[in-house]
Design a protein around this ligand. Structure first.
Ligand SMILES: [Zn+2]
Ligand SMILES: [Zn+2]
Length: 158
């Protein structure tokens, strides 16, 4: 019988730990998380503080998204195009720069930790506006980047 404080993989006692250097990247968006509190056993197995911790983490990152950056308009069904919110011109297909957002997070009364998001910006050659992709695409990329970050740290979901 395993309790909340026993490692599911090896049965050793779990202790609170901080996980450093988690990274993930998807569709030009990169995420790094430093010092995330989690449980760890002597054999290095890791576990989230609670099973909904990863969803809460992604949620609060998504909500913390920058409201003040211009957002591209998506056009087209088969071939997607992204238009400049300033002048309607077509945006570059590759990101030119990134907006770096740093967040300090504390979930479920956990110790605070930090996450850094680099959001790709696509430039308009006509008027110089640099816009982000629409929110649903960013949210999707964020989800995948976070999943990679957790995987890179060897922390199983849930
Ligand atoms: Zn273990
Ligand atoms: Zn423009």
């Amino acid at each position: 019988m395993t309790t909340a404080n026993t490692c599911k993989q090896c049965g050793a006692d779990l202790a609170l730990a901080r996980i450093e250097g988690m990274r993930g990247e998807e569709a030009g968006l990169s995420l790094s998380i430093e010092g995330m509190p989690a449980y760890s056993c002597v054999n290095g197995h890791k576990r989230f503080l609670t099973s909904d911790f990863p969803m809460r983490l992604i949620d609060s990152l998504a909500k913390a998204d920058t409201p003040d950056l211009p957002v591209a308009q998506k056009k087209g069904m088969l071939k997607k195009r992204y238009l400049c919110p300033g002048c309607g011109g077509e945006l570059a297909s590759e990101p030119g720069t990134h907006a770096t957002l740093e967040r300090s997070l504390s979930l479920k009364d956990s110790a605070a930790f930090s996450a850094t998001l680099a959001v790709p910006l696509y430039h308009c050659s006509a008027c110089g506006v640099a816009a982000m992709r629409p929110g649903d695409e960013l949210a999707n990329a964020l989800m995948k980047a976070a999943a990679q970050a957790f995987q890179s740290a060897g922390i199983p979901p849930g």
